[in-house]
Write a protein that binds this ligand. Structure first.
Ligand code: NAD
Length: 256
């Protein structure tokens, strides 16, 4: 097994992309620490079926004390974190001059500040063990903007900047830090945006098609498994000189 003996912490892994990445890493032999607000029993069953050790911790990543408790739990249960996948993320869509201040603060805390905190808490152990992988799930919105997504786009651009700095600060070590930048992936986060369009009177199938047609030339969704397999590559020896990169998996979104 490629990742046997390694422990991966995947934040926000009770649904969507995080759950898909956790599944692929577990199948490759990694022990997994899940996190997120969704149903832990379902996620534990799905990721646990490959026979590696899997635990869940419910830390709210918007709260630094809970985030530190998550790393204490990782240390006690697994002896540390070898692979950190900063995946948890939230969205809110509104024009910037109507953007609720509380939503701005929450999105910056979960989508950007938590990436900093998890990175600072994971790095000392990775340095001590002489190996590590940090994979930040950013977005195409880390490289381009879209109307209505001020906080999300600002946070994701920040994640890519942070990824470059951590990639440089670890450049002479066996620790790498990279970002992956998905286009549309059909997860609860995106389903909500389709549902909002449908609630405004658009046929749900048409709403899904319109969402893709506006941005994603392939007219097909990226899947959590695609992103899991890319994460697995970044964890491999072949990925060891990919450093500080922002890797698009976007059906051609950013080629336009
Ligand atoms: P999702 O809503 O399915 O999953 C988000 C996960 O984060 C859930 O497990 C949720 O419980 C958890 N979470 C939310 N707030 C949290 C908090 N405060 N503390 C701990 N966990 C929390 O969303 P997704 O689409 O799978 O998104 C995952 C990541 O991928 C996000 O960073 C998102 O920005 C990014 N992304 C998604 C898409 C897409 O099209 N779905 C595209 C590009 C990037």
């Amino acid at each position: 097994m490629k990742l046997s003996g390694k422990t991966a912490l995947v934040t926000g892994s009770t649904s969507g992309i995080g759950l898909g990445i956790a599944r692929v890493l577990a199948e490759a032999g990694a022990d997994i620490l899940l996190n997120g607000f969704g149903d832990p029993a379902a996620a534990l069953a799905e990721v646990g079926r490959f026979g590696t050790r899997v635990r869940h911790h419910p830390a709210d990543l918007g709260d630094v004390a809970q985030l530190e408790a998550l790393f204490g739990f990782a240390q006690r249960e697994f002896g540390g974190v070898d692979i950190l996948v900063n995946n948890a993320g939230i969205q809110h869509v509104a024009p910037v001059d109507e953007f609720p201040v509380e939503r701005w603060d929450a999105i910056i805390a979960v989508n950007l500040s938590a990436v900093f905190h998890c990175t600072r808490l994971a790095l000392p152990g990775m340095r001590a063990r002489g190996w590590g992988r940090i994979v930040n799930v950013a977005s195409v919105h880390g490289q381009v903007g879209s109307v209505g997504k001020a906080a999300y786009v600002a946070a994701k651009h920040g994640v890519i900047g942070l990824t470059k700095v951590v990639g440089l600060e670890t450049a002479t070590t066996a620790i790498t830090c990279n970002a992956i930048c998905p286009g549309w992936v059909l997860t609860p986060l995106v389903q909500k945006q389709i549902d909002d369009r449908a609630a405004a009177g658009v046929d749900p199938q048409q709403a899904q098609h319109d969402l893709l047609a506006e941005k994603q030339p392939s007219l097909a969704f990226v899947t959590p498994e695609h992103l899991g397999e890319l994460t697995l590559f970044l964890c491999s020896e072949a990925g060891s000189q990919v450093r500080g990169a922002a890797w698009n998996v976007d059906g051609g979104w950013l080629a336009q």
